[in-house]
Design a protein around this ligand. Sequence first.
Ligand code: HAM
Length: 413
Amino acid sequence: MYKRIAGTKDILPDEVVLWQQIEQTIRQVFSLYNYKEIRPPVIEDAALFNRSLGESAEIVQKQMFLIHNKEDTYALRPEGTASVVRSYIENNLDKTNGFLKLYYVGPMFRFERPQKGRLRQFHHIGCEVIGSLDPDLDVEVISLANTLLTRFGISGYKIKINSLGCQKDKAKFNTNLQSALKDKINALCEDCQVRYQKNPLRILDCKNEECQKIVRGLDIYETYLCPECKDHFAKVREGLDVLKVNYEVVPYLVRGLDYYTGTVFEISHPDLGAQDALGAGGRYNNLVKELGGPDLGAIGFAFGVERLLLCMQNAAVKTQKSNLVYIISLGQTARKETIKLLDLLRKNDIIADIDYENKSLKAAMRKANDLGAKFVLIVGDDELKKGVVMLKDMQKGEQKEVNFSDLLKELKC
Ligand code: HAM
């Protein structure tokens, strides 16, 4: 028997209902905020991610699903931002659309060690807004993430924000961090000793408790921000206060991808355990230019759908009532008529199905019940002779004979 690959999941029909509810909600909310959907391919030139996320990013170093052919190396996308920016540039959307608010939903792939909330194929709900440096846009994006969580019925999460500053500030942040850690290198974990040389900011992201204790005791935060970046960050906080979005400034929040500049944020939830990030995002004001496009500010975020679902298990989830009409035919002559009836119902936008397993009446009724049918139509030789069907209302538990000619009216009311 074949088995699914570790870290992948079958989303079975019962669970798909929840996914569809999530997708419906996000489409409503994104359109309220005037975002348009984009659907880039799931496979891209691997170099796109090396360049965007940074050669030293954990995703690039260890987690990319690569496909090698004679000349090229492709990657199954580990995230959506780089693809959206590539698409924006390649399709000249700066010329045709300029400022653009985009969202996407789809699978992402990372070769990680699977555990609760950490998969090798998982799904992102994300958005990217390209073409503005306005701090009010940061406010919109963070409050949009907040609105989505509220609509999903999730509470108890924490929004953490920070600013990395512009490219120069980030360089200063790195240098300040290096000098603050100079005497503590030996106390850092092995990975962080390498990070100290290559990309010190990543030390702030380390999950090792000892490293976390060391960096949280440092006092170098915000000292690296230039006046413009300080002002931008203050405006973002003011805007969030105006909209009453709860947040916490976390000075050691840096995010593990190279493209971030300015505002960064992460949303965590205590129900998630070790992998507690529900979603994350931030500005990436240099990426469009770095990938060959114009010099445009941009910001976005992504939620992990599987992690949203873990939190929604505790939230009230609406169970969808089924409107199914289930037909049970008794005998061959009745079968022919009920196949026509089935077609008629569907042509009239009534969700309908029939017992294809030739079950006994009792077993077919049980099946209708399991399927959550709203109505059952029973048609046998007697009913055919009289030109009626037996209509059973499964919710009320009542049944009555209905003329064929009145059936549509009866089912639609
Ligand atoms: P990220 O933090 O790498 O950011 O991923 C966003 C979210 O995806 C995480 O907070 C988490 O919920 C979920 N996630 C990540 N890896 C896994 C995994 N292996 N299994 C399950 N869920 C996972 C980004 O990808 C950025 N592109 C976000 C962004 C958009 N920044 C700007 N625009």
